[in-house]
Design a protein around this ligand. Sequence first.
Ligand SMILES: Cc1cc2nc3c(=O)[nH]c(=O)nc-3n(C[C@H](O)[C@H](O)[C@H](O)COP(=O)(O)OP(=O)(O)OC[C@H]3O[C@@H](n4cnc5c(N)ncnc54)[C@H](O)[C@@H]3O)c2cc1C
Length: 452
Amino acid sequence: MSYDLVVIGGGVTGAGVARDAALRGLKVALVERGEPGGGTTAASTHLIHGGVRYLLYDRLTTHATCWDSGHIVRTAGDLLTRLPLLWPVYRGHARGLETVETLFEEYDKFQPMKYGLPHMRLTPEACLRLVPGLKAEGLKGGLVFDEWWVDAQKLAARTLDSARAAGAEVFLGAAADAILRDGPRAVGVGAGGRELRGRVIVNAAGPWVDKVADLAGARLPLRLMKGTHLIWKDPKRVPVGLLLEAEDRERYVFVVPSPLGTWVGPTDLPGPADPDQARTTPEEVAYLLRSVRRYFAGWPEAPDSTIVGSRPILGQPGAEKLLSRDFEVFDHETRDGIPGLLTIGGGKMSDYRVMAEAAVDAACRKLGSPARATTQSLTLDGRPVGPIPDFRPPSPELKNFLKTRPRLRELYALGHLGAAFALHAARRAAGLCPIEGEDAFRRRYPSAGAAQ
Ligand SMILES: Cc1cc2nc3c(=O)[nH]c(=O)nc-3n(C[C@H](O)[C@H](O)[C@H](O)COP(=O)(O)OP(=O)(O)OC[C@H]3O[C@@H](n4cnc5c(N)ncnc54)[C@H](O)[C@@H]3O)c2cc1C
């Protein structure tokens, strides 16, 4: 069988690539070794979010991700639930209330892109009423913001359905075991005895991209960061989401109530080179438990289950804590002399649509096709989305400049925060920053804490 594009990997990224390409009228096949979204996608925190904490060192990723999250809200809105989250701040925390509020004042600038509401600052009493069992001692107040919760595997599956509806052929339980070659050129994919010929092959295998590239003799500068969540079956161990300073006072962990249970995590640790060998360690479980039990003395000591996944970080040197969540499209023709092979990786679920667009743009350049993406203007079930607000992604030139300069990227982020902090301090002194009670929260989020 012969296609314009053969995609390897049916996580949210590969599904997005297949959908984008099929909607452009290309003939597409996708192979997935397991179930749609069963890899890193299933192990994510399940949030469509901009990443408020990236504002500390990678502001442009927050901006870019909020921008594409807006497209996801418009196209997959029926899968998303607005999740209010509380960041409680205590005496002795690494970041004080005014600093955290400054962070959210900056996040508010990007929130409208994804239909997020502006932050609220709550009194300590309001926080305690909102979250029964939350430790009272030392609580100075809290900041509320919101993100979108999504069943990540469903998002991948529905995106694949949309690709199929546009004509893509999807082969599940089909592991790519060979990249077919004609001289240096990649001309197809072998998967369990099946041969799928393609004019362009897109490697979208998430943390397995390196293994897939290796089938063609190419190497990728891949770093894998392992992330574990602890899961309690109770979907409502807490009535709202939480973002908590972790035990080490460096990192933050989410507590996310959801129809899939209450998830606590993730960790973010260097993982094994083989993602199939990533395991949750007793140290990770203990770290997450201690982190959540800092705030809830009565939190049960053992989770019902755990889940682990590996983040693929592509082409980035430097300190782990400064690693960007930006994505990369690698053209193996220019990198390794293998025409016809592309790799897309890194990034986040929250910008999977624009990742797919970038990969398919690169494929179209190879195919000589002028077709443009339409994924931003059609819902996953094929309806037009209506008018799209005129928000802009960050400048590509600035993004590219900062891409390989992690320290400068951090300075750029901190420079913005420094200026914002001065403004915040002036506004606070002038009495312009309200501190709200529980009622204001309930008016804003009337269904928070209701049964799901
Ligand atoms: C702990 C953690 C928490 C995260 N939380 C969030 C979050 O809340 N929000 C967010 O936006 N992002 C989050 N992310 C990032 C997000 O999960 C990833 O960016 C995204 O899921 C990656 O999707 P993917 O399709 O690239 O990879 P994957 O989902 O891993 O998909 C790759 C697919 O390729 C398949 N595959 C591998 N080898 C082959 C082969 N040889 N042949 C065929 N198929 C193959 C695999 O089976 C897999 O299904 C998180 C990541 C981690 C690790």
